[in-house]
Design a protein around this ligand. Sequence first.
Ligand SMILES: NC(=O)c1ccc[n+]([C@@H]2O[C@H](COP(=O)([O-])OP(=O)(O)OC[C@H]3O[C@@H](n4cnc5c(N)ncnc54)[C@H](O)[C@@H]3O)[C@@H](O)[C@H]2O)c1
Ligand SMILES: O=c1ccn([C@@H]2O[C@H](COP(=O)(O)OP(=O)(O)O[C@H]3O[C@H](CO)[C@@H](O)[C@H](O)[C@H]3O)[C@@H](O)[C@H]2O)c(=O)[nH]1
Length: 324
Amino acid sequence: MKLLVTGGAGYIGGVVVRLLVDAGHDVTVLDDLSTGHADAVPAGVALHQISVHEVASVLTPDAGFDGVLHFAAKIAAGESVQFPERHYYTNVVGSLALLDAVRAAKVPRLVFSSTAAVYGNPQEVPITEDAVKAPTNPYGWTKLSVDAAIGAECTAHGLGAVSLRYFNVAGAYLPESGAPLGERHDPETHLIPIALDVAAGKRDKLQLFGDDYPTADGTCVRDYIHVADLAAAHLLALDAIEPGRHRVYNLGNGNGFSNQQVVEVVRAVTGHPVPVEMAARRPGDPAELVASSARAASELGWVPERPDLHTIVADAWTFYRSRA
Ligand SMILES: NC(=O)c1ccc[n+]([C@@H]2O[C@H](COP(=O)([O-])OP(=O)(O)OC[C@H]3O[C@@H](n4cnc5c(N)ncnc54)[C@H](O)[C@@H]3O)[C@@H](O)[C@H]2O)c1
Ligand SMILES: O=c1ccn([C@@H]2O[C@H](COP(=O)(O)OP(=O)(O)O[C@H]3O[C@H](CO)[C@@H](O)[C@H](O)[C@H]3O)[C@@H](O)[C@H]2O)c(=O)[nH]1
C-alpha cells in the first residue's frame, strides 16, 4: 500500500515506518520535526518537513494514498494542563485538517494514535474500550475529541479507521540490522528515560510526582507496552480496516507497575543507584491506568512478544547506552 505516516520521525512513528517498509509498503513521512528526528526516517522514504495542518499539500487527490497512519501530536499530559492551547491546536485542529484532506483525496484507511488518557481515573481495572471516558487532562480530551470525529467521519463518509489506545509506551526497537530506535525527547518527560538518565549519572535524582494516590504504595500505576509490540499492532490494524467502520483497541500488557516499582526495575536492570526525591503530584495525572487488550487479542490476533517490564527497560537501556 502507499501510506502516509504523520509523525513518522518520532519515537513510535519511526518504529512503525521501519516495520511498514520491511513489509513492502511504499511509505511517505510528514513530520515538522518539532520532537522527531530526520535520521529516524529510513533512506528512500520521502520526508515532508511540514506541519500536519498543511497535510493537504502532500495528501492530494492525485497522490494515490491507500492509507494514513496519524501519529503527529503533542504527547505530554502534564504540559497539556499548563498549555492546553498547544494540544488543542496540534491534536484537534491538526487532526481535523487531516480528516479534511483524507475526505477530499478519498483515502480509504486511517490508523490513529489514541491513548489510555481518554479514560481518566477508571472505575474498574483492567480498562476495556467500553469503559467510561473521563479524561483528567486536556491531552486526553483532545484525543477523545479526535476519536469521536473519526467515528463520525466513518459513519458519514465511509472512511475505514482504527483508533489504537496506547497505554505507556517504552523500550526500544533493536533490529538485527539497521540502527536502533528509541526515545529521544528533549526535554524528556517520561518516567523510564528520565530514570535511565539518573542511573547513567546524567541527572542527580529522579523526582517522583506524588506518593498519596490511592494505590498500593501511593505512587501512580501504569501499564508499560514495548514499542516493538505496539508497532506490530499497527500492521494488524491496517489489515483489519473495513469501509465505514471505526474500530477501537486498547494496547497494553494488562500489568500495572507503580512508579516506585518502575524505579526498582531500572535499578535492577542497570545495576546503578537511582536516587529518588518525592515531589508534589503532577497536575492531570490519573492514579492508575491498566489495559484490557482482550479485544485486540481476539479481533486483531495481537500478542505482545516482550511483555516483561525488565525486558522493556533492558531494551531502553541498550538503546540509551548505544547513544552515550
Ligand atoms: N509515548 C506514549 O507513551 C504514547 C502513549 C499513548 C499515545 N501516544 C501517541 O502516540 C503518538 C506518537 O507519540 P510518540 O511517543 O512517538 O511521540 P513523539 O513526540 O516522539 O512523536 C510525535 C511526532 O510528531 C511530530 N509532530 C508533532 N507535532 C507535529 C505537527 N504539528 N505537524 C507534524 N508533525 C508533528 C513530532 O516531530 C514527532 O516526530 C502521539 O500521537 C501520542 O499522542 C503516545
Ligand atoms: O520525572 C518524572 C516523570 C514521570 N513521573 C510519573 O510517572 C508516571 C508516568 O508518567 P509519564 O512517563 O510522563 O507518562 P504518562 O503521563 O502516563 O503519559 C504517557 O502515557 C500515556 C498513556 O497512558 C500517553 O497518552 C502519553 O502520551 C504518554 O506521555 C506519572 O505518574 C508521572 O507523574 C514522575 O514521577 N517523575
